[in-house]
Design a protein around this ligand. Structure first.
Ligand SMILES: Cc1cc2nc3c(=O)[nH]c(=O)nc-3n(C[C@H](O)[C@H](O)[C@H](O)COP(=O)(O)OP(=O)(O)OC[C@H]3O[C@@H](n4cnc5c(N)ncnc54)[C@H](O)[C@@H]3O)c2cc1C
Length: 814
């Protein structure tokens, strides 16, 4: 450590907490030249004061896998480096104290099984045997994850740092990065008081300081600091060293054994933000003052569970700040704003649990130029423009913190910092009974209450209060006509002489078609996985209009821009806010639209898969003949200031057909019946179009080169190892939500990526990949007997390889 700083290093990691050290360990292990710079001493940020619980189960299979990588690493690290880590695989207990929580725990047990993680359900008495100090009168049941554990955060970080050095990384303490230099949209160097270091890649693992540091180079990392407290007791008789960790979400608390005593912490419903103007630079090996007033309600809840706490000696009430994020997940990946700038931060009080795996995938992301597998739930590109404002970030983050242990309800929406982005129709839709949800700050109608109904979600694991409203909207679209406000769609122009060439390279479907054509296409990564799923409409020779999901605005723009070769003339322009989108869908859609326009909108003049500039109700409208609900219809893209006029005209014209306002929950039930795939659940970077049943949208027949083609061709002739299938169960009362385990002939074969209800077919519907290492074909799929495991119950299911509703739908063939 006395060595002088290098003047050059291929990668520079900023921050010597667990995440920086884990990233250094892995990246150096991949043969990279790595320099880690820590402003003070290793672990001196949030890491030294973590409690050290290591749990694994998350709602995403891949993030659960990532946490499992931490466990694998921590199990072997001490042997590898000779430095103790305090790792103990003493298992994790989770309690349920009411019926709904028990349902949640059972669903989690099924999810764990889906993802290949061991999780056992226990009675209250069985749980008490594992954790004798607790009272269980109010416990309905418990879950036990035998592979969970705990570690000593500082020791494990030092051990990772030693492993990193053994792999060749250089680690410098007391070196502060004072600036990051950039040129032509890429990082080039970091500056320090001890000199400048040129580099190809900077990886910012600076914990709660990450946001301020990245803001200096125009990169947004939406995290804020929040206080978090736990208590450490003196030794308590009966606390054995192998005591499992314990989570008691109904009492908002967690526990672990420490030197014969207990560590007990909790997630208060009224969290306290820290360092409103950014965390001070000299806050190292530092803690905040104990706040007993704030902790007392948590303490009272804990004493009800563990009465020994009332008399146990208290060593300390530790109050440490940590970085939290608006959705409770951490932030990984290359910043969309700046090439070569990677982030690993915002660990929401599970950075010890996640550190090992997060460092591994971040290193692989850097070295491989792409995430090693689908990491969308933690991808830095999941945020939108709204997350640039720290006030919004803080408000939402405090809500996410307060919800850490509350029930994770299906379809749950956040309440804070709303409304922020409102479509031109917001007021009209509110008057019409809209119950809004929110995505990327945009208010979007989820469903519409009828007269006498209250537009408010009442969450449950059973049939929700919006079920009948969604059924009404669903029927209106199938039988008459409905209008959806989809103004939040992300929309772009791609303009330039090379727009066609650029898009032809990045799209799996054929977009080199004449102006007026519209194509549904995927964009693939080099592995053939689906990075984007969108609509590309050609407006003129040199101008395309691209429409994608609200939540994918940042991600898809980043993918497109980065995939355009630098010598091409093709500019991406974000026009999301310029256009409102009204989707007019249903068998009477043409009748309604025709009343507003003189344009010929007959099937002959305006067929499926085409785009036309028309006038409707006096407004210039870009009309796209496309559907995500499986009915005749148009997406009407309208300059925002005309939108209200067009909406009013549509409602007036549609009155005689019973036109209905419809929301996003109806879109979901309609698309499930039609078998349309949703990016982020059914399809994503880990799935090829051929596995997803989207081979019809891939231009493999011709010779046109496109990104991902080589990977698809390399697998030609071999059967895919998985295929996306539809399932129904006969009992309409069964609630499918996604993540239910698929069993084929009694063997675990996958899990549902989507679940819901089809109001036309009257059945619960699920989609999921059936997996088989030896390959999957139609005979294999049809040759199986299927059950779905729903909250630990096995329910017979029917397999469907065609859409459940109107399989004859006309598609644009590749
Ligand atoms: C009270 C409490 C209890 C917790 N309990 C648990 C638990 O039980 N389990 C669990 O998994 N997690 C827990 N955590 C969370 C865990 O502590 C964090 O998620 C984790 O330590 C984050 O690690 P990090 O490497 O991202 O950040 P940090 O450890 O904060 O490291 C960031 C480092 O960057 C350095 N740095 C910043 N700016 C610069 C710069 N310009 N130049 C050089 N260096 C810089 C800082 O000095 C710091 O050392 C807990 C947190 C708290 C507060």
């Amino acid at each position: 450590m006395t060595n002088p700083l290098p003047t050059q290093s291929r990668a520079i990691i900023i921050g010597g907490g667990i995440v920086g050290c884990s990233t250094a360990y892995h990246l150096a292990g991949l043969g990279w030249e790595v320099t880690l710079l820590e402003r003070h001493k290793l672990t001196s940020g949030s890491t030294f004061h973590a409690a050290g619980l290591v749990g694994q189960l998350r709602t995403s299979a891949n993030i659960t896998q990532l946490l499992g990588e931490s466990v694998k690493l921590y199990s072997r690290l001490e042997a590898e480096t000779g430095l103790a880590t305090g790792w103990k695989q003493n298992g994790g207990l989770r309690l349920a104290c009411n019926a709904e929580r028990w349902t949640e725990v059972k669903r989690q047990a099924t999810t764990a099984r889906s993802f290949g993680l061991e999780m056992h359900l226990l009675t209250a008495a069985e749980a008490q045997k594992l954790w004798p100090l607790m009272q269980v009168e109010d416990v309905v049941g418990a879950a036990f994850l035998p592979t969970d554990g705990q570690a000593n955060p500082s020791d494990i970080t030092q051990s990772l740092a030693k492993g990193a050095r053994m792999n060749g990384a250089k680690i410098f303490e007391d070196v502060e990065v004072t600036g990051i230099e950039t040129k032509s949209g890429r990082v080039t160097a970091v500056t320090t008081a001890q000199g400048k270091i040129a580099c190809d890649v900077v990886i910012v693992c600076a914990g709660q300081w990450t946001r301020d540091l990245c803001a200096t180079i125009g990169v947004n990392v939406p995290l804020v600091s929040v206080e978090h407290q736990y208590m450490i007791t003196e030794a308590i008789p009966g606390v054995a060293p192998d005591l499992p960790t314990l989570r008691d979400p109904d009492r908002l608390t967690y526990y672990k054994e420490e030197v014969g005593g207990l560590v007990m912490g909790g997630y208060e419903p009224n969290p306290i933000p820290w360092a409103l103007n950014g965390p001070p630079k000299d806050f190292n090996f530092s803690l905040l003052n104990s706040n007993w007033d704030h902790f007392t309600p948590i303490m009272e809840l804990a004493i009800g569970r563990v009465p020994a706490l009332e008399t146990a000696g208290v060593k300390t009430l530790l109050n440490g700040p940590e970085s939290f994020t608006p959705d409770g997940n951490f932030i990984l990946g290359e910043a969309p704003e700046l090439g070569g700038l990677f982030v690993g931060a915002g660990f929401n009080a599970f950075g010890i649990a996640a550190g090992g795996g997060a460092g591994k995938v971040l290193a692989e992301w850097v070295a491989g130029g792409a995430a090693p597998y689908d990491l969308w739930p933690v991808d830095i590109r999941r945020f939108g423009r709204n997350a640039g404002d720290v006030t919004w970030v803080r408000a939402r983050t405090l809500e996410a913190y307060a919800r850490h242990y509350t029930m994770a309800w299906p379809s749950e929406e956040f309440d804070s910092a709303r409304p922020l982005r409102r479509s031109a129709l917001y007021g009209r839709l509110q008057d019409a009974g809209a119950c809004f949800g929110e995505k990327l700050g945009f208010e979007r109608p989820n469903w519409f209450a009828a007269a006498g109904e209250t537009p408010r979600d009442i969450y449950t694991y059973g049939r929700p209060n919006w079920f009948e409203a969604v059924a009404r909207e669903h029927r209106a679209v199938r039988e008459a006509v409905g209008v959806f406000d989809q103004s939040s769609f992300a929309k772009f122009y791609l303009i330039g002489r090379d727009a066609e060439a650029a898009l032809s390279w990045m799209c799996a479907n054929n977009v080199a078609r004449p102006p007026g054509t519209l194509v549904y296409t995927q964009m693939l990564n080099a592995r053939g996985g689906i990075e984007c799923d969108l609509t590309v409409a050609r407006l003129t020779e040199q101008k395309y209009y691209i429409v994608t999901g609200t939540g994918f605005a940042t991600h898809d723009a980043d993918w497109i821009v980065k995939t355009i070769s630098p010598n091409m003339d093709a500019q991406l322009v974000d026009v999301t806010s310029a256009f409102a989108t009204l989707s007019l869908m249903g068998p009477r859609a043409r009748d309604v639209l025709q009343k507003l326009t003189k344009a010929d909108i007959s099937n002959a003049a305006f067929p499926f898969g085409s785009v036309r500039a028309i006038h409707a109700a006096g407004a210039p409208v870009t009309a796209l003949r496309v559907t995500y609900v499986g009915e005749l219809g148009w997406e009407l893209h309208i300059p925002t200031e005309f939108a209200l006029t067009v909406y009013d005209a549509l409602m007036e014209a549609g009155a005689e057909y019973g036109i209905a306002n419809c929301g996003y929950r109806a879109i979901e039930t309609l698309r499930l019946e039609k078998g349309y795939r949703a990016w982020g659940s059914d399809i994503g970077p880990d799935h090829t179009p051929l596995e997803a049943g989207l081979g019809w949208a891939v231009k493999l027949r011709g010779n046109t080169p496109f990104l991902g083609r080589a990977a698809l061709e390399a697998r030609r002739g071999a059967l895919p190892a998985k295929f996306l299938c539809g399932f129904t169960v006969d009992d309409p009362a069964v609630i499918l939500l996604g993540r239910e385990t698929i069993h084929r002939n009694g063997q675990r074969a996958g899990w549902l990526s989507s679940g819901g209800f089809g109001h036309t077919v009257g059945l619960p519907i699920g989609y999921g990949y059936v997996r088989n290492a030896a390959g999957v074909d139609e005979d294999y799929l049809r040759g199986g007997e299927y059950t779905l495991e729903v909250a630990t119950d096995r329910i017979p299911a029917r397999l469907h390889l065609a859409p459940l509703y109107d399989p004859e739908m006309v598609r644009v063939k590749a």
